[in-house]
Design a protein around this ligand. Structure first.
Ligand SMILES: CC(C)(COP(=O)(O)OP(=O)(O)OC[C@H]1O[C@@H](n2cnc3c(N)ncnc32)[C@H](O)[C@@H]1OP(=O)(O)O)[C@@H](O)C(=O)NCCC(=O)NCCS
Length: 150
């Protein structure tokens, strides 16, 4: 369990914890609202940032045979830009079991966390990139990143 300190959001503590079934329904709602990867969602793959009972953010580690993937990361709008996404990402990095990759349109956010853009990656990430380009079309360009100290 990770406690974020000095976050100016509420007087209550913010905790990053495994996702229970109650929060999972809300996580699925926000994943669709934010148009994130909503395939094969499983509660046990998620960590959530909570304040009391309130869901502030969520993120997921998918495990494949030859790598791990950080995905479906989202912070509920009023709580963005308060470093919750950063702390959640760090906790997800610690949860990953093998070499960690992600697909995103915001490389500068993940570069701060030691990810770098790569041109070679496992087939699971190639599939993810195709899914993003085909099903989650955005004006920005998608890239694949890898955690460099993994
Ligand atoms: C992207 C997201 C997860 C960031 O979470 P957050 O808690 O708002 O971000 P943080 O407060 O931890 O940001 C840390 C730093 O990254 C910067 N940053 C935040 N969002 C960013 C973005 N979209 N692109 C680039 N940099 C970003 C912040 O300005 C901050 O910089 P600073 O330390 O110089 O002040 C959140 O904005 C979000 O949920 N966005 C919509 C869903 C999404 O895009 N998910 C990512 C899918 S890969």
């Amino acid at each position: 369990m990770v406690k974020i300190q000095n976050v100016e959001i509420t007087e209550k503590d913010i905790l990053i914890v495994p996702c229970g079934q109650k929060h999972f329904e809300l996580v699925k709602y926000f994943i669709n609202k934010f148009e994130l990867d909503n395939r094969e969602l499983k509660a046990e793959e998620f960590l959530v940032a909570v304040s009391g009972n309130e869901l502030l953010g969520f993120g997921r580690i998918r495990e494949y045979a030859d790598c791990s993937e950080l995905c479906s990361l989202g912070i509920v709008e009023p709580y963005r830009f308060k470093h919750i996404g950063t702390e959640l990402s760090k906790a997800l990095i610690n949860k990953a079991k093998s070499e960690l990759y992600l697909v995103c349109i915001i490389p500068s956010f993940f570069e701060r966390l030691d990810f770098s853009v790569v041109n070679e990656y496992p087939s699971a990430l190639a599939d993810k990139l195709s899914y993003c380009i085909g099903s989650l079309a955005v004006p920005e360009e998608y890239c694949v990143m890898k955690l460099q100290n993994a």
